[in-house]
Design a protein around this ligand. Structure first.
Ligand code: NAP
Length: 412
């Protein structure tokens, strides 16, 4: 509302579109909304928005699956275009909603759903429409990047860093969706769908969060030239017969300190896109917050208004299901930390289990002594399945007290 009220003339001059906000649905009619909101257009019944015949474009920024899904369906069925920021809904019902929009010859835009103010969706959907995108790898959750950056900068524990993030408003009272990786998982599903032109759903995305990352993991990573980041990684692979598979995963990763993603601090987002013709691109900026998100929403509203004026719609996304690769069949280099008994022969026992599973060791370090003894390994590239068999065997070993850390190394 603030951007439209204050910038309406400039929007009209720049784009030719004149926007008028007719109705706003909220939960609480008594809350202060600032001087730019005309209180007479407020309602606490969202149906009054989607059923109003004077409204051409409905903006859904209420969040959640229901009633948002039902309201968007009603709006499209009533002949309106929709702008939404709702990644959770798109990741589970994006195919159905885009089909409904397509069949109704209306638009559904969702730039703000991934990486907030960063113009990523439109870049993939429009500017890179002819590009063979091979990989998208990025930091798409500001809360976890804030936590990991403060652990790295100050040596804070995960719990301390989470508390600071909550105090500063970077983490919600219930941070589960962020720290367990589900927010990034929804965004990864949307990104892969847009970039590869095949439907990837929320449940197709492998996900691990950051709750098990310790300050010891971060300290080891730093000593060896890495930062730990929660990455969303979407990869397209062409098999020998010409068929395509897609791997989409969200997990903590050791990123080489010299890589641009390692330098992304605070709550910023950054996404690396690799394409055949264009090479490497990096998108960087604010992935959340009122103004950046509103900027993306407003761009969508102007596009939707333009399309309505010209009686056209955006090119729609493919809804053919992607052939998803199980993470167990992928390969990576790994960081493994083991708390062990401090006695002769332990290292040989451990090394033989790595060897038996054909996991080759790139580097090894012993930290601490006595009760504090820890072995830390970085492996060469090995199949996930081989690494998991290795961990299972190591956990059986009497001299291994526990697997204290296990993180994939980003193949930069
Ligand atoms: N916040 C961000 O930085 C950001 C970034 C990208 C995407 N998003 C997405 O944007 C959506 C909203 O997130 P948010 O953080 O902005 O949430 P929020 O602060 O809770 O805002 C939600 C708004 O929707 C209204 N609302 C919610 N349920 C309603 C209902 N049943 N009927 C009428 N009005 C209702 C609320 O009214 P009241 O004001 O009366 O409570 C509030 O104004 C989510 O899908 C989120 O994933 C947010």
């Amino acid at each position: 509302m603030r951007l439209i009220s204050a910038g309406g003339h400039q929007i009209k001059a720049q784009t030719g579109e004149e926007l008028q906000v007719c109705r706003i649905a909220v939960r609480d009619l008594t809350r202060d909304r600032g001087e730019w909101v005309d209180r007479s257009i407020l309602t606490d019944d969202p149906n009054e928005v989607v059923n109003d015949p004077d409204i051409d474009i409905v903006v859904e920024v209420m969040g959640g699956i229901d009633p948002a899904r039902h309201l968007i369906e009603s709006a499209i069925s009533a002949g309106k275009s929709v702008v939404t920021a709702n990644k959770a809904l798109l990741a589970v019902a994006g195919a159905e909603l885009t089909k409904l929009a397509d069949d109704s010859r209306k638009d559904i835009f969702f730039e703000a759903a991934v990486a907030g103010g960063i113009p990523l969706i439109r870049s993939l959907r429009v500017s890179l429409a002819g590009e063979r995108v091979r990989r998208i790898a990025g930091i798409v959750n500001g809360t976890t990047n804030f936590i990991l950056s403060s652990m790295s900068d100050s040596g804070a524990s995960y719990a301390e860093a989470l508390r600071i993030a909550t105090d500063l408003g970077y983490a919600e009272a219930d941070p589960t969706a962020d720290v367990e990786g589900d927010d990034a998982r929804a965004k990864a599903a949307i990104l892969a769908t847009v970039a590869f032109g095949k439907l990837v759903r929320f449940e197709d995305v492998y996900r691990e969060g950051i709750t098990k990352i310790t300050s010891d993991d971060i300290a080891f990573a730093k000593r060896h030239g890495f930062e730990i980041k929660l990455l969303a990684i979407c990869e397209l692979d062409e098999n020998a017969g010409g068929s395509e598979t897609i791997s989409v995963r969200v997990h903590p990763s050791l990123v080489p300190a010299s890589h641009p993603l390692a330098l992304v601090r605070d709550s910023f987002n950054a996404v690396f896109v690799t394409g055949d013709a264009v090479g490497e691109l990096m998108f960087y900026g604010r992935g959340a917050g009122g103004s950046p998100t509103a900027s993306a929403v407003l761009g969508d509203i102007i596009d939707a208004a333009h399309n309505l004026s010209y009686g056209v719609t955006e090119r729609q996304l493919s809804r053919d299901s992607a052939a998803i690769v199980d993470i167990a069949t992928t390969s990576n280099s790994f960081y493994v930390a083991l708390d062990v008994e401090d006695r002769p022969g332990v290292l040989a026992q451990v090394a033989s289990i790595f060897g038996r599973n054909l996991v080759s060791i790139y580097s090894m370090e012993q930290e601490g002594k006595g009760d504090e003894a820890r072995l830390v390994f970085i492996t060469h590239t090995a199949p996930e399945a081989a690494l998991h068999s290795t961990l299972e065997e190591l956990e059986e070993l009497e001299t291994v007290k526990r697997v204290a850390g296990f993180i994939r190394v980003f193949d930069a």
